[in-house]
Design a protein around this ligand. Structure first.
Ligand SMILES: NC(=O)c1ccc[n+]([C@@H]2O[C@H](COP(=O)([O-])OP(=O)(O)OC[C@H]3O[C@@H](n4cnc5c(N)ncnc54)[C@H](O)[C@@H]3O)[C@@H](O)[C@H]2O)c1
Length: 328
């Protein structure tokens, strides 16, 4: 079985997906579209397909699935249009930049013939899988955690420093960490925290506390103006005399007991697109589009991550504790 796929947005991440899709024998790339025609033409040439004007042109070219790789505030419209037209949709994160937007997509995905999957690629990295597997096997029962995901800057691409395009810093980078919290520990019951503005024209540093329904308590921090000093992303999970530590998508350790031997996974030598989970993520999306499985990361996951972003903004702006779900 094969499938015709188009890519909307020919920037950094659109190129990563296009290169992966080109190597998948089940995929025929039918076009690359971008508001900047030169960007579409360049990537189309690199992956040996045709440039297209926009989503309608990708559909005219016969696309059965589309990868939406446009900047954050430009996800809802093409995603809903494509889903309503019967296409399968892979959307980059964030799902949307408001609860309303996320709800609109979740509704569209619910009534769609095609599948919807969101790009929380970290779930498919070996480091976080290493952690998840040990939790699922019951080898550690997490009680407390410490999670951080920083950014060196909000300058590359330029729009990452523009809140009217990102929806706010939390939608740009921490949304990955919030999804990881749900992936590892389940639903969040309440959030609180403080934030400040130091370098950019918005809140750009967050210290948060998440309490999960399981009772697990996690301190969660994210600062947009650090540097890229390793490891800008790190998760520590504490059981009773057991610990998991991850460092970016490079490596992870599991210490099962006070005197037990430590287990480790080292991804240092893996190619970037494999290490970051992109290859596996895209393979699973194509599986789902071909009807071989359900989407690996769902519209509900996208909605819940959006809800966490909104809950944190409410908590840091209004003070106090914000309980989830926000709509119930
Ligand atoms: N999952 C990840 O690891 C990951 C990594 C990077 C970016 N992202 C997400 O992917 C999206 C794109 O990020 P990027 O780094 O590739 O940005 P980018 O600026 O490199 O590329 C975005 C491209 O979209 C084009 N574009 C803008 N508006 C458009 C529109 N309405 N229709 C068609 N094309 C349009 C731009 O011209 C540009 O070429 C963002 O939402 C970002 O948050 C995810």
């Amino acid at each position: 079985m094969s499938i015709k796929v188009g890519v909307l947005g020919a920037g950094f991440i659109g190129r990563i997906h296009a290169l992966i899709l080109k190597r998948d024998p089940r995929v025929e790339l039918v076009g690359i579209a971008d508001v900047a025609p030169a960007a579409a033409a360049r990537l189309a040439a690199e992956v040996e397909t045709r440039p297209a004007d926009g989503l309608p042109a990708l559909m005219d070219a016969g696309a059965q699935a589309v990868f939406v790789c446009t900047p954050n505030v430009r996800h809802v419209e093409p995603v809903v249009t494509a889903l309503d037209a019967g296409l399968h949709v892979f959307s980059e994160k964030p799902m949307a930049t408001s609860l309303d937007g996320a709800r609109t997509i979740r509704d569209a995905a619910g009534r769609a013939k095609g599948v919807y999957q969101i790009g929380f690629n970290r779930r498919f990295s070996n480091t976080y899988r290493f952690a998840k597997q040990r939790i699922e096997e019951g080898r550690i029962v997490p009680c407390m955690a410490q999670m951080k995901h920083n950014r060196g800057e909000l300058q590359q691409p330029v729009w990452t420093g523009d809140r009217s395009v990102t929806g706010g810093y939390l939608y740009e980078t921490p949304v990955h960490l919030f999804d990881m919290g749900r992936f590892l520990f389940g639903e969040v019951a309440e959030v609180t925290g403080s934030a400040r503005q130091s370098a950019y024209n918005e809140l750009d540093g967050f210290a948060m506390l998440f309490t999960f329904r399981s009772g697990l308590v996690a301190s969660v921090t994210s600062v947009a103006h650090t540097s890229w000093l390793f490891p800008y992303e790190r998760v520590e999970i504490y059981g009773v005399h057991s610990t998991i530590v991850t460092e970016e998508l490079e490596r992870a350790w599991f210490s099962p007991g006070v005197r037990d031997q430590v287990e480790a996974v080292d991804c240092f030598h893996m190619p970037f697109d494999q290490k970051w989970g992109y290859i596996e993520q895209d393979r699973l999306f194509i599986d789902a589009a071909l009807g071989e499985r359900t989407p690996a990361v769902t519209a509900e996951d996208g909605y819940r991550a959006t809800e966490l972003v909104e809950a944190v903004y409410r908590a840091v702006r209004g003070g106090g504790v914000v309980r989830l779900p926000l709509d119930g």
